[in-house]
Each structure stands twice: as C-alpha cells, then as structure tokens.
Design a protein around this ligand. Sequence first.
Ligand SMILES: [Mg+2]
Length: 254
Amino acid sequence: MNFPPNIQHVLLDIEGTTCPVNFVSDTLFPYANNHLLPFLEQHRFETPIRTLIAEIQAAWKEDSSPEAQALARSIQKNRDFAASSDQAELTPEDACLYLQWLIQQDRKLTPLKDLQGMIWEEGYQHGQLVAPLFSDVPSALKRWHREGLTLSVYSSGSIQAQKLLYSYSNVGDLSHLLSNWFDTRTGPKNEAASYRSIAQQLRTQPEQIAFISDSPSELRAAHSAGIDAFFSRRPGNPVLHAEGFPIVESFSEA
Ligand SMILES: [Mg+2]
C-alpha cells in the first residue's frame, strides 16, 4: 500500500496487523507459563531474579484477596511466610503458586510482566520463539523506511515485548526500521487522547500520521484525534466490520 503525500509517519498495531492475532495468546503466553518454574529455578541465585522474587513476595503479602491469603496460608505450614519473617525467601515453587493464580485471574502484576519479558527474551535468543510476521510486512517496512516515512509501533504488549518481536522475526532483526515504540503507558488504545499524545511525542500533526489496526474502536479513537486510520483485515482475525475505514489486506504495493 501507498499513503497520501501528507503522510510522514506510519503507526502500526501488531496483533492482527503485522503478526497473526493468536501468536501472543497461543504461543507467547503459554510459553511464559510453561517456563515460569524452570526459569526461576535456573536463575534463582542471580540478583535480578532474587529481587523479582522478593517483589512477588511483597505483593502477595499485601494482596487482600481472600483466595491469595488462603494460598499463602497453604504454604505456611512448611515455612514462616506471611506471619513475621521477611528473611524467609519464597522458593520458586511457592512463587509460582501465586503467579499461576494471578494468571488464572487475569491479574496484572509488574514483577509477573517483567518475568514474562525475561522468559520471552531467553526463548527468542535460544531460537525457541520466532515472531511470524505476515509475509508482505518485512518488504513494506523496508520500502516505507527507504521512502523516508517514520515507522512506529503502538501495541498493548510491553515495549520490551514489541522490540523482541521485531528483533527475532521470521526474517531476522527488523527492529532498526522502527523509530518509536508506544504501549499502554501512553494510554488506552481506544482513547483519542492517547493518539494526540503520540502525535505530540512524534512532534507532528495528527494529519501526518497513518494508523493501521484491526480494531475498529482503536481506529475510531485515532480518527477522532485527526489521524488517518486504516482497517487491517488479515487471516485469523475475528470477522469485524471495517466501519467505513479503508481496508488493508496486504502492505504490498499492488
Ligand atoms: Mg490488533
């Protein structure tokens, strides 16, 4: 695809736009879940992991959910966990009990997110994870970059996860083609204010930005901020109505 001449920036969603929508849900998250315990066991004596386990322990102690407290009591019979001792460190097995419970509840916790990022990094580095970009994406990113367009990412995955995905894609490292990375720390993807903030951070007018996403609510938000919005229709995406936005099925020129 080609953009109108006023466009200087291309802002890209990932899931359902440059990468199959199920890669994160069917590959990345199960991979992280399966590696939580082996990863913690393997790295438990390294300072960053000890710090992380301490953060998990602190979050668990402060978790007011009765279920979380019951889970803590269940391991208390073996060790002095919740009562008094801050010195007693959680074992990897204990930490995983709480982490798996958080995952089941779909609860977000920063140390869990950090840990998932570390596990993915190791998986990508060892070649066990490869990001399956749609086949037309790499050449289009290179062409747009060559044409002088600034390419940026806006995804609900963390910036670390975004960078890993483009660094370890099925065609190698494409991360150098992308200049700016935005996640939900900028704001929710379905709020116009987030897109105005992105335009400010890119030091440009919204009218000079094209945004491509498979989510109509994200496109509506971008459009109301003045951004040129395009609907991504890709294999595997849920069937959604484009709501009048131009439909993109490939980034190829034809
Ligand atoms: Mg998407």
